[in-house]
Design a protein around this ligand. Structure first.
Ligand code: 8IG
Length: 285
């Protein structure tokens, strides 16, 4: 359980309400530890950006970080399985905005639970953030989207059958991927298509038959992140922007097998466009 630092054994077997309060407390503990680490006890950030697979090469385009720390050094973020392979957190000024930049995220398939998957989002909210930009690398179901094509997320289908919410937390998701923010991105790049992102748990990629199912359900993009984080963000009152990078055609579409090298290559090739897009969008948020 990721929130052991503030979850007493009593609350763990206690009511759901107590546990929900504890995930918020864990996030505030992490945000306070971040402020203490950088020596700014009053620091507040405006925007958080989660860089998914394929997006990491674009991170440097956002500018020189004022601070960079290992996420594992903050409470509630677990140490990486492989030393040196954990996520990092940067604090960057972009225009007049203070940006919390998460390089790497916890995926559901790591088996640490949904609270661990969304701890970064809740920490960002506790650090004052009002707007969350979620990026990911994903498979594309539209043959017009060649690897390296960015697509705006219009809506999602959460097929993980999980939720970060506990208790009777009836959150409205009607405009989860904010129309205001999508309009703003379209001002910067009118050519961007929109699509519905469908999250599965992974870690295996889909079978061609599953891609057929996803298409029938209305999914345009398929991946292993983002939807659970977006739900937690909305619970925390954040406005959400979602951007997918199609790094591969979904299974069965090309006759070729899927491979991770293809994902990394698509990210490298698209880095300049993605970096410019994010640098243009964030100051306007
Ligand atoms: I990058 O084709 C990336 N992540 N589920 N399917 C799923 N996740 C992905 C894919 C994909 N590509």
């Amino acid at each position: 359980m990721i929130v052991t630092c503030v979850t007493s054994p009593v609350s763990r077997i206690g009511s759901r309400t107590v546990r929900r309060v504890d995930t918020t407390a864990a996030a505030h503990e992490a945000a306070d530890a971040l402020r203490a680490t950088i020596g700014e006890p009053e620091a507040v950030w405006d925007v958080a950006l989660v860089m998914g697979s394929g997006w990491l090469p674009a991170a440097d385009a956002l500018g020189e970080p004022e601070h960079e720390i290992a996420l594992a050094d903050l409470p509630g973020f677990s140490a990486p399985a492989v030393a040196g392979h954990g996520g990092t957190l940067r604090s960057v000024r972009v225009g007049d905005k203070r940006l919390l930049l998460f390089l790497g995220r916890t995926h559901f398939y790591e088996g640490k639970g949904v609270a661990a998957v969304v701890h970064g989002v809740r920490t960002a909210a506790a650090a004052g953030v009002r707007t969350l930009v979620l990026t990911n690398g994903c498979g594309g179901l539209n043959p017009a989207w060649s690897p390296g094509t960015p697509v705006l997320i219009r809506d999602h289908i959460n097929m993980t059958m999980q939720t970060p919410l506990e208790g009777p937390t009836f959150i409205d998701l009607t405009d989860l991927y904010s129309q205001r923010l999508r309009d703003l991105v379209h001002e910067v790049d009118p050519s961007l298509d929109e699509g519905v992102y469908l999250q599965l748990t992974g870690p295996q990629y889909e079978t061609p038959a599953e891609i057929g199912m996803i298409r029938a359900l209305g999914g345009d993009l398929v991946g292993m992140s983002t939807a659970l984080e977006a739900i937690a963000a909305r619970e925390a009152g954040l406005e959400v922007l979602g951007l997918s990078l199609v790094t591969n055609a979904a299974a069965g579409m090309t006759g070729e097998p899927l491979n991770h090298a293809e994902v990394l290559e698509a990210g490298q090739a698209a880095a300049a466009r993605m970096g410019a897009l994010l640098s243009d969008v964030i100051p306007r948020i």
